[in-house]
Unconditional design. Structure first.
Lengths: 807, 325, 239
């Protein structure tokens, strides 16, 4: 059945504030999926703003996060961590710890999970314990009756270290004679929890790379030739700092090992990835593991795997035969919870006088500590049309905590460089930055399916009107000490679709409708989106739907990363609801002596034909069910219409997401303080399901972007390898007084790709912010900021250098 | 955090009596809590002053403004008398830390809190302040450190109220095992060259019982400005308090104090002299600001703070002019 | 803690040899690790409002010793009665316990979140006698005899506090982990200032960290609650 595709007519194109550009196409739709909905304007629940269903639980403190889980007899665990950035563990003495009356279990970590590994482990002198490669690396863990007891017991574990030379500074680490983080070439294998680097990349010392790529895999064209053809070349070097995710709920679990089932309450973005990794580590069948994430206090890309802490907690629970709570503290979270790698990017762009690009060459280095993932080249690779593109990216290992995926990995860094260089190019060409982008941001490769270019074109147009871009003055033209500037930058993100996305929808005889899925709500509001989708299909309101998510006991859910949750799981929910609807109407029709096709569901009623909306209330109709419940579990097909993944082995569909942000800043040239006054953000994410939650998430992307641009910087002491700001006092995150006026404009972008045609927004919303700010700062001052964060120190230094240069 | 006993005296005498070796005084307890959680102190007992009568009063009488050491920063900032004649103090108290902290932290504790230097606060570094041999900020990460008097220890003094109180000419009343004494704030702080392990001259077993700020002269005004990287919770890159005594347009006398500049609050006497007898305008304020930062000895990463101080000194002088009664 | 004297040495603090005063070289961790506990503690004796040279590691005197009549409790467990959301709750705690720990662990009231654990994020905000404070920086002993209001006590009789209601309607919670603290800050603001400006709301929340970036909706919700007239005495038992 699923293979039989029926053709349906679908409206595609954009609906935007004040207009639309739509056309009709034919889509082949799998026969077990309903045809795509009409435009949001014709729907009653989807596309309308709804407060999230779990709001009352969150505002009253009743929502239970992993940090709040309390089980009978639960023990408290602490992790023993290395104070040294590089060391060999000679001996671990746990006898005193074990003897402590409150101690219930001690476990020494056998293998380090996460980060890079030696390709050939024999290159390192064999060691009984994992080699320590950063301060804070876990060594062992203990469990005790109370948190205070656990702290005492933890201090009784004695570890002997042989201290080794180390390096934490990127530039130092690149030197040929730098201490080696790994004594040989490395690989970073993917686990069920994610990660994974391109294999067989050359490595010299601490520098792994370069990998050389272009837009669709290998480098495109010949950049040298492209620069020869160029009439104008712009080149600059950009630097960005390490940013920590700083989710408010730290990584952690409550592990409850029982002979019949292992239950792990985890603060995770992927209940299924955590279960799969637990199965891998403990050799258990997946059916004997249950992972629960009822509420989750933020992850931003860092929370997919079980982590060393999770492995330790499960071991402790097994040994103690009791549930064990292990939540990282704030310091551990900064040091061990992952981070966005730093970058140094040398970017060179060549163009003709008409603006068309002839060459893009990016050479980047970055450090993700002991992990790979510091590439920053995707924006330069994918944003603009250019016949010659060479991206060379290298990871530089340092003795620092391993990086993890962080909201649009590599992209805020890459946009910071590329979007400034494009602005510089526009200035040299005497073109408006938007006009240049209109020229070069075009669908080059994909025969009309490069929908993000089309979206951005419209976003530039309506955003520039809303923002009043026309008032932008030449760079540095304000006279006073506080200068105002306007800037713009663009986003690019991709359509990741996970076929492991399923939902079960149940209709009970009392009218109850339930949606069940292992998918977790990490704060994006997927609970509410699922309720809307099911409500739309069944003619109900979101509040009529009970959504139960975040439990692997339910059908497989998609891990929430890559902005793929909504795009992946809402079609599954609709497909399941559609099947329930079909069977429900069949039952009801029989009882009414009508044909099912004559029935419809609307406004909480079952309507018969065009009976003027009288119908039967949904509940009364449900009472006529032949069985106690109708239930259907469905997943989803690949995207329709040629939008299915274009590259083997990847879940990345064709045609991404755009996004354009405009920023207005003031720069106090006497203090170097940058204040962001206003941001206009125009975004697309397919069919919007809940504009209210989308707006919240876009606000969040922008604010994280501002925080990244102006404040955040993990500071390590180069002589000790110790983080100096593992807190929220000196690790500076934007607060209430730094929030600008934000105006969000949403496009509705329809392609008829799936039964909901929805997409995600988490990542696109944070990609362009730092770049837009930097362009605005340039417009204010006439001075380019090439380093993040743009602190007063850097602003004042750049202004002073510019004054000196001008003399 | 170690275990300790909790002592609740009801009089100053009882409090002083309870201060046996190993005991620490607790007022608001904010900095104490922080140091305890970081494992930087391990007292055997905390002597809680919150039940001692009369330590939380704000009164204008006798010599001027009398402020009890247990007055919270929030109360100080919101007090109409303080907001009026002692404006610099209100603004300093009102811009410290966070609203929640200001509701608990006391002015006494604010004066006596320990520096926020990240080497001092990290258990990984035994710096001079902790009995070690080195200031790790030297040659280390010192973007937020002292730009003046930073040769021995480069931590900046963390107290916002100290900056303002010094400009306002405050003195402290102190009780202890021997006779009560009175110390001008001017001589209360201890430079690292004198004793790097402490920031002030409070002796063993002593307790601040009152802060007295003299009535400002007529035609005087004060101001306090803080510049952080953020306006939401952040420590200052620069903070300045100014008291201006005027004679018409002219400056009769100025007191200019720089906080977050050195290990103890810095009187900018050259700047004060530069303003004396001058008409206070943008040009003279600018000249005074330049004088204030002359002789600064920034470290590798904090020369920018000198530029910021120059701007903030000028702005605070002009703000004080504006605040003149 | 009885073994406290060894802790810092165990944690391998980075320091130079005492005689290394020239600053020419930096000791690597592990090179010279013994910390003079006594000297170190002596240096920290200026905390709060006094100095006191510490005799490290002596077991603390329990009751009686010194103090001339001052009441001494602990260092072991002390029974205390806390007034939480209008109800008396008797718990046994050590004087070192923070209010946040007691609420979350002893009383099982996990609405109050601990995030930074150092007063820098205000996620743990509760009210003491109606005033918002960080419960992670408050000794539970200091809350004795004062009315403690937590996020669980803000709504009354099943009805949300107007600020909570506005938070829900305006989508002022994403992951929701900062939300209890945020709600407590904003509700306290309206209690003392029923007609706040946007700037007042920003100031009231300037210590509340939200990593999801929900501030615009928090501002919107709080101003909406104010317009609806939520100030005065509504909600909040025991304040």
């Amino acid at each position: 059945m699923a293979d039989e595709n029926g053709k349906v007519a679908v409206q595609t194109g954009l609906v935007f504030p004040g207009g639309s550009s739509l056309s009709e196409v034919e889509r082949a739709v799998p026969s077990d999926e309903p045809p795509p909905w009409p435009l949001n304007a014709e729907l009653s629940v989807v596309g309308k703003p709804f407060p999230r269903l779990d709001g009352p639980l969150k505002v009253t403190g009743a929502a239970t996060y992993t940090a709040d889980v309390r089980l009978p007899g639960m023990l408290h665990a602490r992790v023993i961590r290395s104070p040294h950035p590089h060391a060999r563990v000679k001996n671990i003495d746990v006898t005193a710890a074990e003897r402590h009356p409150a101690a219930r279990a001690v476990h020494v970590l056998e293998h380090m999970r996460g980060g890079a590994k030696l390709r050939d482990p024999k290159q390192e002198t064999p060691s009984k314990f994992p080699i320590v490669r950063y301060v804070g690396q876990p060594i062992a863990a203990i469990a005790a009756a109370t948190p205070a007891d656990a702290e005492e017991v933890m201090r009784l574990v004695k570890v002997d270290y042989e201290v080794l030379p180390f390096v934490v500074d990127l530039e130092e680490a690149r030197k040929p004679d730098a201490p080696r983080v790994f004594p040989g070439a490395t690989e970073q294998p993917a686990t069920a929890g994610g990660g994974g680097a391109v294999p067989n990349v050359p490595q010299q010392g601490n520098v792994r790379g370069p990998t050389k790529t272009g837009p669709l895999g290998p480098p495109r064209g010949d950049v040298e030739k492209g620069f020869e053809e160029a009439e104008i070349t712009v080149e600059n070097t950009f630097r960005t700092a390490v940013q920590t995710h700083s989710a408010l709920e730290t990584h952690g679990v409550v592990a409850d090992w029982k002979p019949e089932v292992l239950t792990v309450y985890a603060s995770t973005q992927g209940t299924s990835t955590v279960r799969d990794e637990l199965a891998e580590v403990f050799g258990l069948p997946k059916g004997k593991i249950r992972v629960v994430t009822e509420f989750m206090g933020g992850g931003f890309g860092s929370k997919f795997g079980i982590g060393n802490f999770g492995v330790l907690a499960v071991h402790l629970s097994k040994k103690a035969s009791a549930p064990v709570r292990l939540m990282l503290d704030r310091k551990e979270e900064h040091v061990n919870g992952g981070n966005r790698p730093s970058s140094v990017q040398r970017l060179r762009v060549g163009a003709k006088k008409d603006g068309s690009l002839t060459a893009i060459h990016l050479t980047s280095w970055g450090t993700g500590g002991t992990a790979t993932g510091a590439g920053a080249g995707n924006v330069a690779k994918n944003m603009y049309a250019c016949p010659n593109i060479l991206i060379e990216e290298s990871d530089v290992f340092t003795n620092a905590g391993p990086a993890a995926a962080f909201r649009a990995p590599g992209h805020p860094q890459g946009a910071f460089a590329l979007e400034q260089v494009i602005d510089e190019l526009a200035e040299k060409l005497g073109m408006d930055p938007l006009a240049l982008r209109d020229k070069i941001d075009i669908d080059e490769d994909l025969g009309g399916r490069n929908v993000d270019s089309a979206a951005r074109r419209m976003e530039r147009k309506i955003g520039s009107q809303k923002f009043d871009w026309a008032r932008r003055k030449p760079a540095g033209s304000d006279r006073g000490p506080v200068k105002r500037g306007l800037g713009v930058a663009q986003s690019i993100w991709y359509r990741f679709i996970d076929l492991d996305a399923s939902c079960e929808v149940r209709l009970l005889r009392d009218g109850t409708v339930e949606v069940l899925s292992a998918v977790q709500d990490i704060g994006t509001g997927i609970r509410t989106a699922l309720a809307q989708v099911v409500a739309e299909e069944l003619g109900l309101q979101p509040k009529d739907i009970t959504v139960r998510v975040g439990d692997t006991a339910f059908p497989a859910g998609v891990p929430s990363g890559g902005s793929r949750t909504t795009g992946s799981i809402t079609p599954a929910a609709r497909n399941a609801a559609h099947e329930v609807r079909r069977r429900f109407l069949a039952d009801v029709a029989a009882s009414m002596g009508a044909r099912p096709e004559a029935l419809s569901l609307k406004g909480g009623k079952v309507l018969l034909g065009d009976d003027g909306g009288r119908g039967i209330p949904f509940r009364s109709a449900a009472a006529k069910l032949k069985t106690e419940q109708i239930t259907a579990s469905r997943s989803r097909a690949h995207d329709y219409g040629g939008f299915a993944p274009g590259r083997p082995g990847m879940n990345m569909g064709i045609g991404g997401f755009g996004g354009v942000q405009f920023a207005e800043v003031t720069v106090d040239t006497e203090t170097g303080i940058i204040k962001v006054e206003r941001v206009v953000a125009v975004h697309d994410c397919g069919r919007p399901i809940n504009p209210l939650a989308l707006e919240s998430q876009i606000n969040g992307g922008i604010l994280q972007g501002i925080s990244y641009a102006l404040y955040e910087n993990r500071v390590l002491d180069r002589r000790a390898g110790v983080q100096l700001n593992p807190n929220f006092e000196q690790y500076k995150v934007l607060g209430a007084r730094e929030v600008p006026a934000i105006e969000v404009l949403l496009l509705e972008e329809y392609q008829g790709r799936s039964s909901t045609d929805a997409g995600g927004i988490g990542e696109p919303a944070t990609v362009p912010t730092a770049a837009a700010l930097a362009n605005a700062v340039y417009n204010a001052t006439g001075v380019r900021m090439t380093e993040l964060p743009m602190t007063p120190a850097r602003v004042l230094t750049a202004l002073a250098a510019a004054r000196k240069g001008a003399q | 955090m170690n275990r300790f006993a909790w002592v609740t005296p009801s009089t100053i005498e009882e409090a002083v009596g309870a201060l046996e070796p190993g005991a620490l005084v607790k007022a608001g307890g904010i900095d104490l809590m922080d140091l305890l959680k970081e494992g930087l102190i391990a007292p055997q007992r905390l002597v809680n002053l919150r039940a001692v009568e009369g330590l939380d009063r704000i009164e204008e009488k006798d010599e001027g403004l009398h402020v009890g050491p247990l007055v919270t920063l929030a109360r100080l900032a919101a007090n109409p008398i303080v907001q009026g004649r002692y404006r610099a103090l209100a603004d300093a108290a009102g811009h410290a830390a966070t609203p929640q902290i200001r509701n608990v932290a006391t002015v006494g504790g604010n004066l006596l809190q320990r520096p926020r230097c990240w080497y001092f606060r990290s258990e990984a570094f035994v710096c001079k302040k902790k009995g070690g041999g080195r200031c790790y900020a030297h040659g280390g990460e010192n973007a937020y450190h002292a730009i003046m008097n930073n040769k021995t220890c480069a931590a900046v003094h963390p107290s916002a109220t100290a900056t303002a109180l010094l400009a306002l000419g405050a003195k402290l009343r102190i009780a202890g095992p021997t006779d009560a004494r009175e110390v001008p704030l001017e001589t209360f702080f201890v430079a690292p060259e004198v004793d790097v392990m402490r920031e002030n001259a409070l002796g063993a077993g002593e307790i601040i019982t009152e802060i007295v700020i003299p009535y400002p002269p007529s035609e005087a005004g004060s101001a306090y400005l803080k510049q952080g990287e953020k306006e939401s919770f952040d420590w200052p890159l620069a903070e300045v308090a100014v008291l201006l005594e005027r004679d018409g347009n002219r400056c009769k006398r100025a007191i200019i104090v720089l906080g977050a500049a050195g290990p103890v609050p810095v009187r900018a006497r050259t700047a004060e002299a530069a303003l004396a007898d001058k008409v206070i305008d943008d040009a003279t304020a600018r000249a005074a600001a330049k004088a204030a930062v002359q002789g600064a000895t920034p470290l590798e990463q904090n020369a920018y703070k000198v530029t910021i101080f120059e701007a903030i000194v000028r702005r605070t002088i002009l703000a004080a002019r504006g605040n003149t009664a | 803690m009885s073994n406290d004297g060894q802790n810092h040495a165990d944690r391998r603090s980075l320091r130079e040899k005492d005689d290394d005063e020239d600053g020419s070289d930096v000791a690597l961790p592990g090179a010279s690790l013994r910390l003079s506990r006594r000297r170190f503690l002596a240096g920290t004796g200026l905390t709060a409002a006094t100095t006191a040279v510490l005799e490290a590691c002596k077991p603390a005197a329990v009751g009686g010793a010194g103090g001339k009549g001052a009441e001494v409790a602990g260092p072991g467990q002390v029974p205390v009665t806390l007034q939480v959301n209008g109800k008396e709750r008797t718990v046994s705690l050590e004087p070192r316990a923070t209010l946040a720990e007691v609420l979350r662990t002893d009383l099982g009231m996990t609405g109050t979140k601990v995030v930074c654990d150092r007063g820098a994020c205000s996620a743990c905000t509760v009210w003491l006698d109606g005033t918002p404070v960080c419960s992670c920086m408050t000794f539970a002993m200091d809350a004795v005899g004062r009315a403690i209001t937590t996020v669980e006590g803000l709504s009354s009789g099943g009805a949300l506090h107007p600020v909570q209601q506005a938070f829900v309607e305006h989508d002022a919670a994403q992951c929701g982990f900062c939300t209890p603290g945020m709600v407590m800050s904003c509700a306290a603001l309206l209690q003392r200032n029923p007609r706040p400006t946007l700037d007042d709301v920003r100031t009231a929340t300037s210590g509340n960290l939200c990593r999801c970036g929900t501030y615009p909706k928090v501002f919107e919700a709080t101003l909406a609650a104010a317009r609806r007239g939520s100030g005065g005495s509504s909600g909040a038992k025991g304040s």
